[in-house]
Design a protein around this ligand. Structure first.
Ligand SMILES: Nc1ncnc2c1ncn2[C@@H]1O[C@H](COP(=O)(O)OP(=O)(O)OP(=O)(O)O)[C@@H](O)[C@H]1O
Ligand SMILES: [Mg+2]
Length: 483
């Protein structure tokens, strides 16, 4: 047992990682990738949208002031309100505005701007195209987004001022920071959780396979009854289990046949051996006359012949099953062959009051087959027919050929075979009425030999029978008729 285990483990050492491991790794990696891709892309969309909304706000402000300076350059009250009051009144998202003249002298500025921001960091735009917002840090740790723009004063313009605006985006930055925190939290949690979930899914998926393996491990030649249950499994595995069970059915059947066969062989060998032994013992019990010894030896010889015939039959069947067996094919005239068999059995048939005939077509049927084996098969059929046909009966041997097959038929008008026995008559040692057949000396191997000869020729034997009316055995061979 332990050796077996070692052998099976050794043979597994060449396999790759387990299925559960592969599935788990696959699920976990796919899940992590999806979480990463989804959350990261959402983050980038959110951050760019926030930036865009800030930039729009700044552009809007620049536009309002630009319009005011162009249309009403002397409206200082309006500018004062726009730059100094409105921005200072804001509670959240503070913004600061500074208006400089052409010599960079401050004209107007939101209160507190100089304290919050390092004003020297404002870039002075060289053209309208360079009006791009930049990041700036406030003195209290806030983050600002700032823009500088040139504005024309009056229409037509009399001077060029510079407007500088900075908006506090700390709230938005905090939002993004919180998002990043959750992103990493989710990612870390997923990389811990996904392998567990993946493993659980994989384990459930392959549990039926493990159960099947356990059942298969329990099955031995003496315990072929066990079957894998198929209920509750997914369709694919239920199908696998059903196929496996069908294989077990076939194995069980052939094991049963083999053990029945061995029991039959033992039984059939024992009878003649016991007879020989019994007769020899009786003969040796006292001194006998030479005629008596002669009689005993004759009877022993008869049994020995029976034994050697039985052994020869068994050997033939064993050889016929070997894949190395070759047929000695030669062109055989089937009509001639049937006539030969008929002549061989004619005398004994006539003795029993049975007529043997052949029914052949006008054209000779010639095919490549093993003459000796076909003779033996037909001989077995005729001997059966003669043995089971009462006096006054008729046995007919028929041969015909189709495009790519030759058919030989032996039909009798004998006692027939009951329907329930028909499927088994080709089994080894099977006899319909064993007491009756034994009296006539049959071993039950005749039809088994016929079938294996047909299998060797790539064909098959079929039997049909009506009790009380007769039996017909047909040999089909896929052999083209030779020219
Ligand atoms: N033509 C037939 N008519 C009636 N029963 C038959 C016929 N041929 C075969 N059987 C039945 O089928 C059984 C099996 O036949 P099979 O030829 O295999 O064995 P057997 O004739 O008993 O023995 P063996 O042929 O080995 O000497 C026979 O015992 C017989 O009962
Ligand atoms: Mg027979």
């Amino acid at each position: 047992m332990s050796l077996n285990w070692r052998i099976s483990l050794a043979s597994f050492s060449r396999c790759g990682p387990s299925l559960a491991f592969r599935l788990t790794a696959g699920y976990a990696l796919a899940g992590l990738f999806l979480v990463f891709a989804a959350t990261a892309s959402l983050y980038f969309v959110l951050s760019s949208e926030l930036e865009k909304s800030t930039d729009l706000f700044l552009a809007d402000k620049v536009n309002v002031i630009r319009t005011m300076l162009r249309e009403r350059p002397d409206d200082w009250d309006g500018l004062h309100e726009e730059i100094e009051l409105e921005s200072a009144a804001r509670k959240y998202e503070h913004f600061y505005v500074r208006l400089l003249d052409a010599r960079n002298q401050v004209l107007l500025m939101t209160p507190g701007m100089a304290g919050q921001l390092d004003l020297s960091k404002f870039k002075f735009p060289s053209s309208a195209l360079s009006e791009r917002a930049v990041r700036m840090n406030g003195s209290d740790g806030q983050t600002f987004r700032a823009i500088s723009a040139t504005v024309a004063v009056g229409s037509p313009p009399t001077a060029t001022d510079t407007i500088q605006i900075a908006i506090d985006v700390s709230q938005k930055e905090e939002l993004l920071a919180r998002y990043r925190f959750w992103f990493w939290f989710l990612f870390t949690a997923s990389s811990v959780l996904f392998p567990f979930i993946g493993y659980e899914i994989a384990r459930r998926g392959i549990r039926p396979v493990e159960e099947m393996a356990t059942t298969a491990r329990h099955i031995t030649s003496t315990n072929l009854r066990e079957r894998i249950r198929t209920e509750g499994y997914p369709f694919e595995l239920a199908m696998l289990a059903a196929t496996f069970n069908q294989m077990l059915d076939r194995l069980e059947e052939s094991f049963e046949r083999i053990s029945r066969f061995s029991a039959d062989i033992a039984h059939d060998l024992r009878t003649p051996v016991n007879n020989i032994r019994g007769e020899a013992e009786v003969a040796l019990a006292r001194v006998r006359r030479s005629e008596e010894y002669r009689e005993v030896i004759g009877s022993c010889l008869e049994e020995a012949v029976r034994l050697s015939e039985l052994i020869a039959d068994l050997l033939f069947l064993a050889r016929a099953e070997s894949p190395l067996t070759h047929l000695r094919r030669e062109p055989v005239d089937v009509g001639q062959l049937l006539n030969g068999v008929r002549e061989y059995y004619e005398a004994s048939a006539a003795e029993n009051g049975i007529v043997l005939t052949t029914s052949l077509g006008d054209e000779p049927i010639v095919g490549d087959m093993d003459r000796t084996l076909i003779q033996r098969a037909v001989g077995n059929l005729v001997s059966n027919a003669v043995a089971h046909t009462p006096a006054g009966g008729l046995v007919t041997l028929v041969a015909d050929a189709e495009a790519a097959a030759i058919r030989i038929e032996v039909a009798d008008s004998g006692v027939g075979i009951p329907a329930e026995a028909l499927p088994r008559v080709f089994d080894r040692f099977y006899r319909v009425d064993s007491s009756r057949s034994k009296a006539s000396g049959g071993t039950g191997l005749g039809l088994a030999i016929v079938q294996s000869i047909m299998v060797l020729h790539g064909g098959k034997a079929e039997i049909s029978s009506r009790p009380g009316q007769g039996t017909r055995v047909t040999l089909h061979m896929p052999i083209s008729r030779a020219a």
